[in-house]
Design a protein around this ligand. Structure first.
Ligand code: ADP
Length: 489
């Protein structure tokens, strides 16, 4: 199958979260299964084309926007350690900037940038004479591809048998655009915009809704999230649209690339280890404590709680705000945070670090190598999310024997199960209600098990035995692609 991957983030080139990881790891897996994926990504300023060995193709891409034509240059390379083609769309006006979406607040012309990107996907395919069976578009940034596929390119011989699959990674980011501008830029014009049309939501153009309505099949990133988003609490206002397309909406759990996230192979961690070498995991903890500046490791027996996260409301930071001072002040835990995001959360964590210099280290920023080290070296990883479409961090943590403490929502619910001492089953600690008391009780259960040696070993081995490989995820997607193709043949 020829597959175009349309995603605003692709690891290792451009990443703010899990979207980047899964976009590339699916491509690796499909290629492994004999499929033919190509990746098309904007050429952001931050992509080091020398390091990743991208070369200009000297092809000029003509992209229709509104009633005029815009231009882009095309660069080509391959995903590291593979022959999977990656194409970068170079347009200085739109993409020669430090952010993917903003710096940090959203760029005001994101409507135009991503409509351009979505339209350019087709023109790149034409320039390459690449006839896709599937266009796989991720999140609102690539959503307009689904509309273009069914309109402007519907009768183009290259795309007339192409099916569109749209994957929702996070409904919290929908792409609300001003109608006149967006409809004209996308070439539809205002005659296609009216209450209840496939673009419209509460009077605005909604890119997420557009993707959902025009796609042949819609997937989202975990079975639980696929159920949750049919209800208003999780749907961010799109429950009507999602229920309308309910028969075509499928939850597929994201998966992990165990070539990258694996304690036996990880080049970023202090000491590699396997399930039978948990003593080496402790060495990682000691090294991390030293690296991040705890005096003489302080008290290494204190449990180390790690968090690697975007700092947004989604991630349940309000619950931490209610409890962390208590845990740190009473010397119950140590805490290390790596994250960046909303400034009020960054400020809160900075303050926490100042209040508890003995027990906490706060690192505001983005650092991939440190993320690997924290995930490998911590005893626990905190993900008390308000909602979590899938979450990759808890799956990574499990493989490293780092025990997740999570709220039972979305993909966290599908991957983490409460450890039951009587049966010795379970891989983490789970609470249901978004409530500091419930969270606190889960932490207290976790601390009890941490201090109970046989159980502590069992739970870590349970965690490390889990297999959430993206190879399974990739096969599930291929099934969905076949169903989608039945709609266009
Ligand atoms: P989301 O996609 O909602 O951000 P996930 O858990 O699915 O959450 O994926 C987060 C990914 O981003 C993980 O690979 C995690 O290690 C990484 N990550 C998040 N914040 C940072 C950071 N500050 N520095 C480095 N990596 C980070």
């Amino acid at each position: 199958m020829n597959i175009i991957v349309a995603s605003a983030e692709v690891a290792p080139y451009a990443k703010t979260g899990g979207l980047a990881d899964i976009s590339s790891s699916l491509a690796y897996q499909w290629s492994h299964y004999g499929q033919n994926p190509i990746i098309i990504l904007p050429k952001y300023k931050t992509i080091d084309t020398n390091y990743y060995n991208f070369k200009p193709t000297y092809k000029v891409i003509y992209v229709p926007m509104a009633w005029w034509m815009e231009y882009a240059h095309l660069w080509e390379g391959t995903l590291p350690d593979s022959e999977i083609p990656v194409y970068l769309i170079e347009n200085a006006d739109y993409f020669d900037r430090y952010g993917i979406y903003g710096e940090p607040s959203e760029y005001p012309d994101n409507d135009r940038r991503f409509i351009f990107y979505s339209r350019a996907i087709f023109e790149v395919a034409k320039a390459l004479n690449f006839k896709p069976h599937i266009i796989h578009a991720h999140d609102f940034h690539a959503a307009f591809t689904m509309a273009f596929l069914k309109s402007q390119y519907r009768f183009d011989p290259l795309f007339s048998k192409t099916a569109g699959v749209y994957t929702i990674h996070n409904l919290a980011y929908q792409g609300w655009f001003e109608p006149e501008r967006a409809m004209n830029l996308a070439g539809f014009g205002m005659k296609e915009f009216y209450p209840g049309c496939w673009f419209e939501h509460y009077g605005k153009v909604n890119a997420m809704k557009t993707g959902i309505m025009f796609a042949d099949k819609i997937t989202t990133v975990s079975p639980t999230y696929a159920k949750e988003i049919r209800n208003p609490y999780y749907s961010e206002g799109l429950q009507g649209v999602l229920n309308l397309r309910g028969a075509d909406l499928i939850g597929i759990l994201n998966g992990v690339d165990y070539n990258i996230w694996n304690p036996e192979k990880d080049k970023y961690i202090f000491e590699k280890y396997s399930i039978n070498e948990l003593d080496k995991k402790i060495k990682n903890k000691l090294n991390l404590l030293k690296l991040i500046g705890f005096n003489n490791y302080g008290e290494p027996e204190l449990p180390l709680f790690g968090m690697v996260s975007r700092l947004t409301e989604q991630k349940g930071i309000d619950l931490l705000m209610a409890k962390l001072d208590d845990y740190l002040g009473n010397n119950l835990i140590r805490f290390v945070l790596l994250g960046s995001g909303e400034s009020h959360y960054e400020d809160y964590f900075r303050g926490l670090g100042w209040r508890h210099p003995k027990n906490s280290v706060i690192h505001i920023g983005y650092n991939n190598a440190l993320a690997h080290k924290i995930i490998a070296s911590s005893d626990f990883i905190l993900m008390p999310s308000r909602f979590e479409p899938c979450g990759l961090t808890q799956m990574y943590a499990l493989k490293y024997g780092t025990i997740p403490i999570v709220r039972a929502t979305g993909g966290l619910n599908d991957t983490v199960s409460e450890y039951i001492p009587i049966t010795g089953k379970g891989n983490g600690f789970v609470f249901l209600h978004y409530d500091a008391g419930d969270f606190d009780y889960a932490v207290k259960r976790a601390l009890r098990i941490y201090n109970s040696q046989p159980h502590w070993n069992i739970i870590r081995k349970n965690a490390m035995s889990e297999d959430f490989s993206s190879s399974k995820t990739a096969l599930e997607y291929l099934k969905v692609f076949k169903w989608a193709l039945e709609k266009v043949l």
